[in-house]
Design a protein. Structure first.
Length: 201
């Protein structure tokens, strides 16, 4: 969970992978096939001739170089900036606050994620159905959201695991006086999809 669109992540990874795969395949073919060099040489010479012609036909006013070079450098700089922004956004979205309400009567109410972590850890630690659990919080579209990760013992029904966590969440809601959105991640020796309608996503 982070502040970057998941579809954009996958698109960038796929495009980068396909580009690297194409470059690697071309390099391998050029190294292994005897006739590849003879085929590539005239193509590269033609491309070099065309690029040289374009640069000569597009001189920058008052200079001895082409404005295409400036455009290429500008595009490269913009691409680097976008990649840096993309990289710096990865892993963000974590928050240490799960409730931050402001009321005119009593003022701001701030509840740290450690309160939810301690309450849920205590409730789930004694359950034989779980090997381990962890609780964290993220900002999802401006709303604090709990993420509960639980590793179930082999043979435990995912429906039973969800019911246990949801029961403890209702107790946490009563403690906080507010229902929090929750993402529940279950792992273990099963593969099943929960069909019942629930607030756990």
């Amino acid at each position: 969970m982070n502040s970057t669109n998941r579809g954009l992540n996958r698109l960038l990874i796929t495009a980068t992978g396909l580009l690297l795969l194409a470059i690697g395949t071309a390099a391998a073919i050029g190294a292994w096939l005897p006739g590849a060099k003879d085929t590539w040489t005239p193509i590269s010479e033609g491309v070099n001739t065309n690029v040289t012609g374009w640069l000569q036909q597009t001189p920058f006013p008052g200079a001895d170089f082409s404005w295409l070079l400036i455009a290429a450098v500008a595009a490269l700089v913009i691409g680097i900036i976008l990649l840096l922004v993309f990289a710096l956004r990865q892993g963000q979205g974590r928050t240490g606050t799960i409730v931050h309400d402001r009321t005119p009567d009593v003022g701001p109410t701030v509840i740290d994620v450690t309160v939810a972590r301690a309450a849920l850890d205590d409730a789930l630690a004694g359950r034989d159905e779980f090997v381990s659990t962890s609780v964290s919080a993220y900002e999802v579209r401006g709303t604090p959201t709990l993420k509960i990760s639980a590793t179930c013992r082999r043979g435990v029904s995912p429906r039973d695991a969800v019911d246990i966590v949801e029961r403890d969440l209702r107790a946490l809601d009563a403690l906080l006086g507010k229902e929090l959105p929750v993402l529940l991640q279950l792992t273990g020796g099963f593969r099943a999809r929960v069909q019942k309608s629930t607030r756990l996503q």
